[in-house]
Design a binder for this molecule. Structure first.
Ligand SMILES: *[C@@H]1O[C@H](CO)[C@@H](O)[C@H](O)[C@H]1NC(C)=O
Ligand SMILES: *[C@@H]1O[C@H](CO)[C@@H](O)[C@H](O)[C@H]1NC(C)=O
Ligand SMILES: *[C@@H]1O[C@H](CO)[C@@H](O)[C@H](O)[C@H]1NC(C)=O
Ligand SMILES: *[C@@H]1O[C@H](CO)[C@@H](O)[C@H](O)[C@H]1NC(C)=O
Ligand SMILES: *[C@@H]1O[C@H](CO)[C@@H](O)[C@H](O)[C@H]1NC(C)=O
Ligand SMILES: *[C@@H]1O[C@H](CO)[C@@H](O)[C@H](O)[C@H]1NC(C)=O
Ligand SMILES: *[C@@H]1O[C@H](CO)[C@@H](O)[C@H](O)[C@H]1NC(C)=O
Length: 371
């Protein structure tokens, strides 16, 4: 009996140590994640008709237990890495996963888990409601993701009460990484000679004003700390190199840079209207371009070819069990034809968290939590 008591006590104190560690470590109460495949942790596993899926090998080969989770990576993605820098183990689970696992909204486990955040991101989605449907049949578009957050907010309010819920949400990180798919979709439309297509400049203006509406919706739902990740140098991903002579696609990179500048302006505009908003805008274009143009500096040897795929730059066929797989994944910047390896995602997350003004503006992600 004495032995039982001791081990029970040890178990309890271990639990308390872990709890204290978590409380001491996590810099924010919760993280809510929105956007596309750069931060999706399995949302699309629950969309039977969606073609934007990563719940099969070789995806996940370097994840714990080599399990494909729906992350578009060989392991963890940018959302996981950012969550980790904020003191969590990885990204919160996807909204659909939480509901599926706990059976219902009424489940006590569901209630407990949403207090640490929820991931709503869906691979293939964009800022525009229409983005993703042409290429992937079905995605959860950003407007819908925000609608789902609104439900969760209602649940949190029910659990904590209105005042504590508002306080908790105001201290939480709202991580948003979106926009790349709108540019890919635009590129597809251009290739089809769609006559109603806006000019590039007009497209950026449409994306930016739509983005502003979405961010304002989140603010109105209680979000205060925004970590916004801009579009990477998508013109340099293996898919874009495979289209041409192996060089980066300049039009796509120009669009990504223009999107960053427009987002910078829209955030200045938005914060001038809503006083309590605090944001960090990560310049993922700059971060990724630097890694790709000088891979050796960060210990990579391959920055043009994908690790998993086939054809030129391994970008002509999908990453799955029939694809070629590189053995030395730490040497590669790109995992598949558009997504980074977990190592590249980790470096990017570190840069936006701790980096200088060229990586994140007006403050970096770590400074978002200072009061
Ligand atoms: C949903 O939950 C069921 C029962 O636990 C499980 O068998 C199924 O794999 C889950 N669905 C997904 C897409 O994870
Ligand atoms: C609630 O969720 C937990 C954890 O997923 C599960 O084990 C349990 O069976 C669920 N309870 C009910 C009543 O559905
Ligand atoms: C969460 O919100 C939904 C929609 O309002 C509701 O059906 C559900 O019962 C809520 N769950 C909890 C645990 O409050
Ligand atoms: C591309 O074309 C589709 C179909 O016409 C349209 O719904 C969508 O809004 C367009 N998207 C972009 C970014 O041009
Ligand atoms: C600032 O935002 C308002 C809408 O809230 C919009 O009408 C205006 O055009 C924006 N200004 C700039 C410079 O983007
Ligand atoms: C890759 O493509 C080449 C040429 O089309 C083909 O011969 C080869 O079998 C493919 N490799 C794999 C692993 O699919
Ligand atoms: C970024 O974050 C670190 C703290 O993690 C801080 O020391 C540094 O000054 C910040 N850099 C800039 C340029 O704000």
């Amino acid at each position: 009996m004495a032995k039982g008591t001791t081990s029970c006590f040890c178990f309890l104190s271990l639990f308390l140590v872990i709890l204290a560690f978590h409380l001491a470590e996590a810099a924010v109460p919760a993280i809510f994640v929105f956007g596309d495949s750069t931060v999706d942790v399995g949302t699309n596993n629950f969309l039977p008709t969606s073609q934007a899926k990563a719940n099969f090998l070789y995806y996940g080969i370097d994840y714990l237990g080599s399990v494909p989770t729906g992350r578009f990576s060989n392991g963890y993605n940018c959302a996981d890495r950012i969550a980790k820098l904020f003191g969590f183990r990885k990204s919160p689970e996807s909204f659909f996963h939480l509901i599926n696992e706990t059976g219902s909204f009424q489940n006590r486990s569901f209630k407990k888990r949403i207090l640490q955040g929820v991931n709503f991101a869906s691979g293939g989605s964009g800022i525009l409601d229409s983005t993703g449907f042409q290429l992937f049949t079905n995605v959860v578009w950003l407007r819908e993701q925000i609608q789902q957050f609104s439900t969760v907010r209602g649940n949190i309010t029910e659990i904590l009460g209105p005042e504590a819920a508002a306080k908790m949400l105001s201290k939480s990180l709202f991580l948003i990484s979106v926009g790349g798919n709108d540019l890919f979709e635009y590129q597809l439309n251009v290739s089809k000679n769609d006559p109603n297509l806006p000019q590039a400049q007009e497209l950026i203006a449409i994306l930016s004003s739509t983005y502003q509406i979405h961010l304002r919706s989140l603010y109105d739902l209680g979000a205060r700390k925004f970590g916004i990740v801009s579009i990477p140098a998508i013109g340099c991903c293996p898919k874009e190199r495979g289209f041409g002579n192996g060089e980066c696609n300049k039009e796509m990179n120009d669009l990504a840079q223009a999107f960053f500048s427009a987002t910078d302006i829209l955030l200045q505009n938005l914060t001038s209207q809503v006083q309590e908003m605090k944001y960090s805008l990560a310049n993922l274009y700059e971060i990724s371009h630097e890694i790709i143009s000088n891979p050796g500096a960060s210990g990579f040897t391959v920055a043009q070819t994908a690790c998993c795929g086939n054809g030129s730059y391994n970008a002509q066929s999908p990453c799955n069990l029939d694809a070629k797989l590189c053995p030395n994944r730490r040497d590669y910047v790109f995992w598949d034809s558009i997504h980074p390896t977990q190592r590249a995602a980790k470096l990017a997350a570190r840069a936006l968290f701790n980096g200088g003004a060229n990586y994140a503006t007006p403050v970096n992600f770590s400074q978002l939590v200072e009061d």
